[in-house]
Design a protein around this ligand. Structure first.
Ligand SMILES: Nc1ncnc2c1ncn2[C@@H]1O[C@H](COP(=O)(O)OP(=O)(O)O)[C@@H](O)[C@H]1O
Ligand SMILES: [Mg+2]
Length: 255
């Protein structure tokens, strides 16, 4: 379903007498149904706050947020949180952590178990199913959290640095899986990352944000056809777009 932010601003109370800290500055965003949009910006600029506003975890101070679309699908927001470790239930196995989201929506334990087992098998996701979160590597923990989001087949997906703990190979595999699932289901996805390559490889539109408070500096269409192979990263077209984006970024934050 389409995600629209219109003229959204947000500030948080400051820690001292300095007053409020502006975090989001008049942001307009339009992600039509089925589109993948990337938000890229410096650390602490307000990216996670924008996702929290879209997910309705935080209300905007001003402006409006809407998630609307063809009525054929029920709105279901899948949010892969940046602090994924805090979202894992320590007393549940890796497998049960994946199935937790389905159970929380009312699916029986057995149906959720079958759905998760089929999903893991179908996509060759090799997680130690019986281990508890403390027995998993941080990359495995992130895979569990991300898989929990994907298995619910959300209509809208928000990814916040969702591949940050994965090694090179695991990252490519998960990126491929996410894009193929999202493209197959027609979901709308917002990808937040401070990794330029990740944003360009995944998205159809790359939005460059300023330092805090986050304001949109520039939007870049990303014209490459899906499915995208990772060899795209080595192509001259990709390098040219990357150069353009990085040049704008450096203008904002300094070299
Ligand atoms: N709930 C909150 N209360 C107070 N300040 C917050 C809160 N959430 C985020 N901030 C502040 O807002 C700014 C932007 O944070 P965040 O959106 O997490 O940035 P990013 O994801 O781009 O790194 C930071 O200065 C952070 O300290
Ligand atoms: Mg963040």
């Amino acid at each position: 379903m389409a995600i629209r932010l219109h003229d959204v601003t947000k500030s948080f109370p400051g820690n001292d007498s300095a007053g409020a800290v502006a975090v989001v500055d008049h942001v307009d965003l339009d992600a039509p149904d089925g589109r993948i949009v990337a938000l890229f910006g410096p650390n602490g600029c307000g990216k996670t706050t924008i996702l929290n506003i879209i997910a309705q975890i935080e209300p905007p101070d001003t402006g409006s947020v809407s998630v609307i679309g063809p009525d054929s699908r029920r709105l279901k927001v899948g949010y892969a949180f940046q602090n994924f470790r805090d979202t894992l239930l320590p007393w549940e196995s890796a497998f049960d952590n994946v199935s937790f989201g389905l159970r929380a929506q009312g699916m029986t334990h057995e149906s959720a178990r079958q759905r998760v087992a089929a999903f893991l098998d179908q996509h060759g996701l090799d997680i130690p199913r019986k281990n508890y979160p403390y027995q998993l590597s941080i990359g495995q923990q992130q895979t569990v959290a991300l898989t929990r989001t994907l298995v619910q087949n959300p209509s809208n997906v928000l990814l916040d640095e969702a591949f940050s703990a994965l090694d090179h190979k695991a990252r490519f595999r998960m990126q491929d899986l996410v894009v193929s699932l999202i493209r197959a289901s027609g979901s709308t996805m917002i990808v937040v990352s401070h990794d330029v390559d990740e944003c360009l490889l995944l998205s159809q539109e790359f939005i460059l944000l300023s330092k805090r408070p986050a304001r949109i500096i520039k939007r870049f269409p990303v014209p490459f056809e899906y499915p995208r192979k990772h060899e795209l990263l080595a192509s001259t077209e990709f390098a040219a777009l990357r150069r353009e984006v990085v040049a704008e970024f450096v203008k904002e934050v300094g070299a």
